[in-house]
Design a protein around this ligand. Structure first.
Ligand SMILES: C[S@@+](CC[C@H](N)C(=O)[O-])C[C@H]1O[C@@H](n2cnc3c(N)ncnc32)[C@H](O)[C@@H]1O
Length: 375
């Protein structure tokens, strides 16, 4: 009350108050009360922050906790502090925080939040260092950028863990894994694609991951080869970019013709087992089978990442493949849909589809759908 003009208040109380005086006074009182409340709230917040920021010596950590600290912290451990009420947050000298209960990844808090963006726009270069030997990988019609795969792997795995990609193509996932010291197993029907992956790795001087040539469904079913690779371990992440039904097998138009200088269809392979050569229903059936057969190799609370692109709506059909697949995969016992990211690839050239009559979108985006295993 002391910051309200006391004289003014007394004067006003001595005389008969007019309607205006009362209004003026009420406005002033409301404003002051608001200020006081705000100051009180800020004081409490500061006290809370001070408490949280109270730093503890690293000596309070036990051996097991220290063992699980990621390498990027261990390198300068003597400059770190433990902070927080729970005494479980490590603060590095440059302000990065890592929670000791983080069983999912090795990321500091700020990178964790950054990954949660539901939309990613990229324009990865296909030349120079950022191209990751794209000139070799480009024999594949749709190679995934290794940087994109690296960032996904980084969120869903810790250092040295294992990843499976049973539609590996020319190895976007495998290269992404090698970039951040993870282990990966890749499967593809085509030895041409696997060889291009190997050639790219050699040029990039990266660790060559294990690859198997063959039909993934048969390999997943037979268990022998995968169990030999895993040696009693499990995958933390299965990341796949399946061929999209018969999408690539139909006659091409527009941009596709421009790129390939021909209107002939380009299936990934001519093999009958190639899911890209199947119609949508056949594809779905076989695709769901691959997921079911891969489940025993995924650790509990491990993640499944699936890429898919919608087809254009046609003749009254919505062709929202992503939503169809989410429903189907979500029915698989022990696998729950937990959300998605939309990846927009800004490096794709625009083409005037539909011009000058109708709207036909240039689909720059793909869906990256996330599922989690729960027993
Ligand atoms: C969309 S591409 C994956 C591209 C990959 N992400 C990359 O970075 O190169 C799908 C791949 O699945 C492979 N494929 C299709 N059917 C398969 C099957 N039954 N078993 C194994 N691989 C298969 C194709 O040969 C193709 O390379």
């Amino acid at each position: 009350m002391d910051s309200i003009d006391k004289n003014k208040l007394n004067n006003l109380l001595d005389k008969k108050l007019s309607k205006n005086d009362i209004e003026e006074l009420s406005i002033e009182i409301i404003k002051k009360v608001k200020d006081l409340k705000k100051r009180e709230k800020n004081k409490k917040r500061k006290e809370q922050l001070d408490f949280l920021e109270k730093k503890y010596d690293l000596k309070i950590l036990n051996k097991d906790q220290i063992k699980k600290i990621p390498d990027w912290i261990k390198k300068n451990l003597n400059e770190c502090k433990v902070i927080g009420k729970s005494k479980k947050i490590i603060l590095t000298k440059d302000g990065k925080k890592f929670h000791l209960d983080n069983k999912l990844n090795d990321l500091p808090g700020n990178e964790w939040s950054y990954f949660l963006r539901s939309v990613i726009n990229t324009r990865y270069s296909t030349s120079g260092e950022d191209g990751f030997a794209h000139h070799i990988r480009k024999i594949h019609p749709s190679p995934k950028p290794p940087q994109l795969m690296r960032d996904i792997i980084k969120f869903f795995t810790k250092d040295n863990e294992h990843i499976l990609d049973y539609f590996m193509g020319v190895g976007g996932t495998l290269i992404g894994a090698s970039l951040i010291n993870r282990n990966a197993l890749g499967i593809d029907l085509s030895s041409k694609f696997i060889n291009a992956y190997k050639k790219a790795t050699k040029e990039l001087k990266l660790k060559e991951q294990t690859t198997i040539k063959g039909d993934c469904l048969e390999i997943l079913k037979s268990k022998k080869l995968i169990e030999k690779y895993l040696k009693n371990k499990k995958f933390s992440l299965i990341a796949i970019d399946p061929p999209y039904g018969d999408m690539m097998n139909r006659e091409k138009t527009g941009e596709a013709i421009k790129k390939n200088l021909s209107s002939e269809a380009t299936p990934f392979t001519k093999n009958k087992k190639d899911l890209g050569n199947m119609n949508w229903l056949e594809f779905k059936e076989n695709f769901i089978e691959t997921i079911k057969y891969s489940m025993p190799y995924l650790k509990d609370k491990g993640h499944y990442v699936v890429f898919i692109k919608d087809l254009q709506p046609k003749e009254g059909k919505t062709n929202l493949l992503h939503s169809d697949l989410i429903e189907e995969i979500n029915k698989i016992k022990g696998l729950n849909y937990i959300g998605m990211k939309i990846w927009a690839d800004e490096s794709i050239n625009l083409y005037p589809y539909g011009y000058p009559h109708s709207f036909v979108s240039n689909q720059l985006h793909q869906y990256i759908m996330f599922f989690r295993k729960k027993n």
